[in-house]
Design a protein around this ligand. Structure first.
Ligand SMILES: Cc1ncc(COP(=O)(O)O)c(C=O)c1O
Length: 463
């Protein structure tokens, strides 16, 4: 079927979709309703083939940080496409744009990170980081240090290793995951996971004590790394309790366990600093990043590692004859050119300052949602936030999950002209493009708020 001629609202006849097994999609739903097909974008908005416009309150998948029609990025891709559309980085070769990107990325990275490995997605970056951890410890004569600790509720991707670290049921069910190198420690969500009357400080101490117990049970000599999103994204936009990372890091250091900061969502300005690690005073040994690296205009991700790790990895690679890892598209020249331009735009337009400035109104508008009875907790940092649902009249009792309350809210918000995302803990996430203006934030929340009187009625009817 010709996409250009397709104008019907019901996209069921959209032939191409019959061949597509869609990611994170219930095939039955697609059969019933057909897919929603998007055609164009402008600023923070996207438009579908039926002409419906939406404010993209999630930057797509937490990624299109510079919005949906940044011509400088398009031009960077075209220029590189014309010059050299592909070359690889195997066997000592590479491309100019990849070298230029490496320089820029090291310039903006935390000081101790000095070497980069390029991949194509957040999942690949995390798989690569794990292999680097294993390689590093093997080089130091500790090949048994293979277990990796992640936190319950975290999202690290879907490839075999990354999905094992992703501690969310929906990414593991049916696949026989997690693999046994992955071990999980306590969910750091104070609002839901604290005991009655437990202070945030006590909760934080319990998390650290749980981590210490896990290390003792598994044996520090068997644990290679700890992986954490500075702020948990897909698992619920969970801001760690105060001092969490300050207390966790010495425990890891003492046990010779590396810290991988998964900055796939937090990196490149999302929390109001270049890195989430800066926001939370983390000194990671490894950073993985993707998404905002190219504002999602081209697939690219990266693993940034400390000088110390790079030294050991290179030593081991020399011993073994080569670093036996790499993707055909590692350091792809077009993706590299787009990523480099993204970083240049961020600097030139001072996007991080903009995020800090508009985050005040963003946070104010999220906080205002607290007045609705179905909302038990709201939180935000920079330009990422969430509103978590509860049974009206209770502090944190969940609405029966069978009602799929967050999904209903997202559907109604969608009808009002804003795209958001339902999170597995019965919450909705907000993660608009970093270029969003104060006016657009207000427009977005006016639309979102318009559905909440009805959502309150629905929630009360369940009681
Ligand atoms: C924190 C985090 N890590 C890793 C990933 C996986 O990235 P990708 O979907 O590009 O493989 C995601 C994706 O949302 C993420 O949020």
């Amino acid at each position: 079927m010709n996409i250009q001629n397709k104008s019907s609202k019901n996209s069921l006849e959209f032939k191409s979709i019959d061949y597509q097994l869609q990611p994170y999609t219930n095939p039955e739903l697609i059969k019933e309703n057909g897919p929603q097909v998007f055609r164009s974008g402008r600023g923070v908005e996207v438009k579908d083939i039926d002409g419906n416009s939406y404010i993209e309150g999630m930057s797509g998948l937490w990624c299109a940080s510079l919005g949906f029609n940044e011509t400088e990025l398009v031009e960077a891709a075209i220029t590189q496409m014309k010059k050299l559309p592909f070359y690889h980085s195997f066997t000592g070769k590479t491309c100019e744009s990849t070298i230029n990107l490496s320089e820029k990325l090291i310039e903006v990275a935390p000081n101790n990170l000095k070497k980069i490995f390029f991949c194509n997605s957040g999942s690949e970056a995390n798989d690569t980081a794990i292999k680097i951890v294993w390689y590093y410890h093997a080089s130091l004569g500790n090949p048994q240090k293979r277990k990796i600790i992640s936190r319950k509720g975290s999202y690290h991707g879907v490839t075999l290793a990354a999905a094992s670290l992703t501690a969310l049921d929906y990414a593991q069910k049916g696949f026989g995951l997690p693999l046994d190198f992955a071990i999980h420690t306590t969910w750091p969500h104070y609002f839901q996971n604290s005991n009655d009357n437990e202070t945030e400080e006590d909760f934080c101490n319990r998390l650290v004590s749980d981590l210490e117990k896990l290390i003792e049970i598994e044996g520090a000599e068997n644990i290679g790394a700890f992986i954490a999103e500075p702020l948990m994204g897909a698992g619920g936009v969970i801001i760690p309790p105060k001092n969490y990372f300050a207390l966790v890091q010495p425990v890891l250091k003492k046990n010779n366990i590396l810290f991988i900061a998964d900055e796939v969502i937090c990196g490149f300005g999302r929390t109001g600093n270049m890195w989430g690690s800066q926001t939370f005073d983390i000194e990671p040994d490894i950073i993985t990043c993707a998404k905002g690296l190219s504002s999602a205009y081209a697939p690219i991700s990266a693993v940034l590692m400390s000088e110390n790790i790079a030294y050991e990895v290179e030593k081991q690679a020399i011993k073994l004859g080569q670093f036996g890892h790499g993707y055909t598209y590692s350091g792809h020249p077009v993706s590299s050119a787009v990523a480099l331009k993204t970083l240049e735009i961020m600097e030139k337009r001072n996007i991080i300052n903009h995020v800090r400035k508009v985050s005040t109104i963003f946070s104010k508008r999220i906080s205002r949602l607290q007045k609705y009875e179905c909302i038990g907790n709201v939180r935000s940092l920079g330009l990422i936030g969430a509103a978590e649902f509860v049974k009206p009249g209770t502090k944190r009792e969940k609405i029966d999950m069978a009602h799929k309350f967050a999904a209903t809210a997202v559907k109604k918000i969608h009808e009002s002209g804003v795209i958001l995302r339902a999170l597995p803990i019965d919450a909705i996430a907000f993660c608009p493009p970093l270029i969003i203006t104060e006016d657009e934030i207000n427009q977005m929340f006016d639309k979102i708020e318009s559905v909440f009187p009805e959502m309150d009625q629905i929630a009360k009817a369940y009681n």
